[in-house]
Design a protein around this ligand. Sequence first.
Ligand code: SF4
Ligand code: FES
Length: 244
Amino acid sequence: MKSNARELTISILKFNPHNSNSRPTMVDYKIKERPGMSLFLALSTIREKLDHDLAFDFVCRAGICGSCGMLVNGKPQLACKTQTKDYKNGKITLMPMPAFEIIKDLSVDTGKWMNGMSKRVGSWIHTSESTDIGKVERRIDPEVAYDTFELDRCIECGICVASCATKIMRPDFVGAVGLNRVVRFSIDPYDERTDSDFYEVIGDDNGIFGCMSLMGCEDHCPKDIPLQHKIAYMRRKMVDQRNT
Ligand code: SF4
Ligand code: FES
């Protein structure tokens, strides 16, 4: 029986930086669309039927692990949350996210970058208190707890970094994800760092003063974290520090 499924043309940048003979090349793959097809399914079909060598990252397929960020028709987004039906002409171009080291094809090393950023901003509770698991935890104001949980929803997908023009111009820019992390710990009553301590970490053009408020981070963040609002909040605090 003849299928009415439309044909998708998916163009993918193929490149293996670890092979000296490899050159960046766009390759077109044609597959039949299936109902409810996500880009994860489309890429899995391509790898299964047309190109066993194609590299891309997925773990959860549910927008939770943050592994599958890529440029879809030039826009950074999670491939597992992207439906092929939303591309009316059936043509989709996929490229690896900029600002990260390419591993191969669509696979980039966000983990290495996130690890460096986490160490740089001290992404853990800084406290002089020792932990006693026999003691009941100190209570936190529910509103403050809500605020930290909201910022903790970040899945480290790197999409805000790949969306950021400042990051492209300033390779050492800490990115919205890093600034968001600083805000998260600055409002956490368990963390003993002061604004002056945070100023030492982000009080320059590779930190809070580098952001040009172009909104790319917030526009593309798949978790809708209010990044620009939080960056503005922290910038005001850091300006006060600079003026003291
Ligand atoms: S802030 Fe948003 S876009 Fe940036 S890494 Fe976290 S979830 Fe991804
Ligand atoms: S595969 Fe986990 S977020 Fe897409």
